[in-house]
Design a protein around this ligand. Sequence first.
Ligand code: FOL
Length: 224
Amino acid sequence: SVKQLPLTLIVAATPKNGIGNKGALPWPMLKKEMAYFARVTKRVPMPTNTGSVPSDAWKQANLENTRRNVVIMGRKTWDSIPPKFRPLKDRTNIVISTQDRAKLDGISDGVVVAGDIMSGLEALEQRVRDGHALPVGRAFVIGGSSIYSAAMELPQTKSILLTRIHKDYECDTFFPGDLESAGWRQQTCQELRDYVDEEVPEEPLTDGNAEEQVSFQYQLYQRP
Ligand code: FOL
């Protein structure tokens, strides 16, 4: 059943598809953008009901924390997260590495370590069966480039939440491949709103510090 779980990529990238530089994000802290990442990866979707009204049962269940989203990342992305923020809270963290978990930095009990994405999801499925992890809500692939690349090869990867950063920062790591040419289609702002279950503005947002203002836009790409 884990083999049918839809995977969503979430990524922020410059106009040249840059996603990282020297083991960190290429841009200064973008508070609003990072808050969007945290909200979206934490939000568990409502079970497919008749319509738009959340049932009392679901509201209750969600408060009781009966399901948790998963974030899947490569080892370098794990290392790039400030220790005080990892594992990313309120989400089940899966770290992809060929190393044994004992050799990795800051890995705690709840974190799943596996050699590839599907093995990680299978290991998590096992933990859920044993009652050691909460059932899975949504599964997000959060990078970096080799993990994005592997995820895009998987047939269950149908959606990409892309934040386009409208500034050309120096980067040494890039999002793999070209979306438009690989059958990925940009969806409307309304489709993005429905997907993330929150308001998203049509116009670019701005963030950054007094030194520099950066504009960016939230987008959704999907493939059939
Ligand atoms: N996708 C998007 N849209 N923006 C990103 O910054 C992003 N970053 C990664 C993957 N996909 C992304 C990978 N890098 C944290 C740090 C780096 C990181 C991902 C997450 C992190 O510390 N997140 C905390 C929030 C910290 C805060 O509020 O400052 C979290 O709880 O998610």
